[in-house]
Design a protein around this ligand. Structure first.
Ligand code: NAD
Ligand code: UGA
Length: 471
């Protein structure tokens, strides 16, 4: 007979040491010194980087993360690739693995691929001992808990499980802040003892009133809906940016005026090149799939439009650049400022810099790509193209459409025809436009898709300026 609940959680295991698993477990360990937290990942290289003595080599760049890792690593936070052993020791297991969009078979291009969730559940079913609480941290389609439960209960071992949904709402770049001061903690489930044991962990630093308890399906669905609403605001303001350009309005002024209405609020109204990141697109696609599955095709079409505007925004930016550069960018030098999908992260998943850069390279441009945190290796992977280096041969140099990685912006603008700001990194705010205008090949253009540059300084340095949504 399996002993059901321990009175207190002593050991946590988190499966998946990515952008969610790593920072989330670091914050839990920091706030719960009496609990041992182990993050396991099948990616041995990733675990090696989490254990690296040089904290700049952590696999995830997140402001504030290094300090926490320094405090708790090897005290009560551990990173390991021994998945089974750590599952067997755990009282509670967080599933924090990737749930990307399916690329093949039924639901391809929309439904979530649950391969990794299923693999984890099987591993947990096999290795867990006694009674274990299994928490869905990953974002998953509604009713996945049922699948997880079925897999867990299908083994003939002497163990048992309570399944809870506890979606994560952190945003990259502000993850530590979001985890330390969350707007809410959402816990869905039926087993009240398990819900209380999980709540006990969060109560160590989160006010009771912010811990929301719902049924499991509401919890799973709320995560998709929160992302859909946020992405919808970005697509709404991006659609307005285009109206501003043709009418002579200014999108920042419109955004401010609209956001001052307390019913609307001023957050998430910044226009840009479109939303990137690993989740908005995949989660809306997942929602669309769900709607179609339940025969709600009109609802599916409504959410589809959020993605259509996002694709259109990226496309129209690249076309504007080509248009302003006299209809051709062939062999023209263009500096791309920023490759991550937003500032303060090294993550490039679904970054709009990828599609815009690919399109410009396809038009024959020579791109000089800069990012404070993204490596040349990562950019090459995203662009599916190796960069030019000092060792490139003349055939490579003369290729149609090329790119180079630049780490230093000083003297980088020599003979450049255009500068495009794609990520809102702080370092780009105070560039010396006078000096740049001495280096650049006139008549050159500066394209600001994030509205972070000083328009007047650029214009007074005799450069052409295009700001997104500025009529
Ligand atoms: P990620 O790809 O960075 O990390 C997932 C990790 O899980 C990988 O390192 C992978 O090797 C590991 N993994 C997969 N299967 C495994 C297995 N069977 N055993 C051991 N390790 C395994 O993903 P992420 O960005 O951390 O996202 C994880 C989940 O959280 C997704 O469902 C995502 O939608 C959700 N989420 C992400 C964010 C975000 O900002 N990135 C925010 C909230 C929620
Ligand atoms: C988003 C949500 O904000 C998180 O709450 C959620 O947990 C997470 O997705 C997830 O499920 O993965 P994230 O993708 O990390 O977080 O980053 P956001 O700050 O939401 O930005 C997403 C994209 O929208 C970025 O490309 C950003 O530049 C863009 N954006 C955001 C705008 O263009 N304008 C805005 O006003 C806000």
């Amino acid at each position: 007979m399996v002993e059901k609940f321990k009175k207190k959680i002593k050991n946590i295991c988190c499966i998946g040491g990515g952008y969610v698993g790593g920072p989330t477990m670091a914050v839990i360990a920091d706030n719960c010194p009496d609990i041992n937290v182990t993050v396991v990942d099948k990616n041995v290289e990733r675990i090696k980087s989490w254990n690296d003595g040089d904290l700049t080599k952590l696999p995830v760049f997140e402001p504030g993360l290094e300090e926490i890792i320094k405090r708790v690593r090897n005290k009560n936070l551990f990173f390991s690739s021994d998945v089974d052993i750590n599952i067997s020791k755990a009282d509670i297991i967080f599933l924090s693995v990737n749930t990307p969009t399916k690329t093949k078979g039924i639901g391809s291009g929309q439904a979530s691929d649950l391969t990794w969730i299923e693999a984890c559940a099987r591993q947990v079913a096999d290795a867990a001992k006694g009674h274990t609480i299994v928490v869905e941290k990953s974002t998953i389609p509604v009713r996945t808990a049922e699948t997880v439960k079925k897999i867990l209960e299908s083994n003939n071992k002497d163990n048992s499980f309570s399944v809870l949904s506890n979606p994560e709402f952190l945003a990259e770049g502000t993850a530590i802040n979001d985890l330390e001061m969350p707007d809410r903690i959402l816990i869905g489930g039926e087993d009240h003892v398990a819900i209380e044991l999980l709540s006990d962990i969060y109560r160590k630093w989160v006010d009771e009133t912010k811990i929301l308890k719902t049924n499991i399906w509401s919890s799973e669905l709320s995560k998709l809906i929160a992302n859909a609403f946020l992405a919808q605001r970005v697509s709404s303001i991006n659609s307005v940016s285009a109206i501003c350009e043709v009418t002579g309005a200014n999108v920042q002024e419109v955004s401010k005026a609209v956001g001052f209405d307390s019913r609307i609020g001023n957050k998430f109204l910044n226009p840009g090149p479109g939303f990137g990141g690993s989740c908005f697109k995949k989660d809306i696609l997942n929602l669309i799939y769900l709607c179609n599955y339940y025969g709600l095709s009109e609802v599916a079409k409504y959410w589809e439009q959020v993605i259509n505007i996002n694709n259109w925004q990226q496309d129209r930016i690249y076309k504007t650049v080509v248009d302003k550069l006299f209809g051709t960018v062939y062999k023209k030098k263009i500096i791309i400022l920023g490759f991550s999908f937003k500032a303060n992260t090294n993550d490039t998943r679904e970054s709009t810099s990828i599609s815009i850069s690919k399109n410009l390279i396809n038009e024959g441009a020579h791109l000089l790509i800069h990012d404070p945190k993204v490596s040349s290796k990562q950019i090459a992977k995203d662009l599916e193209k190796e960069p030019l280096t000092e060792n490139s041969n003349s055939a490579e140099v003369n290729n149609y459409g090329t790119w180079e990685y630049i780490t230093n912006l000083e003297n980088a603008f020599i003979n450049v025809d255009a500068v495009i700001v794609l990520t809102d990194w702080k370092v780009y705010r105070n560039l010396d436009w006078n000096e740049i205008s001495n280096q650049i090949r006139p008549p050159a253009w500066v394209f600001d898709t994030r509205l972070i540059l000083n328009k007047n300084k650029i214009i007074s340095s005799n450069l052409n300026y295009w700001g997104l949504g500025i009529g």
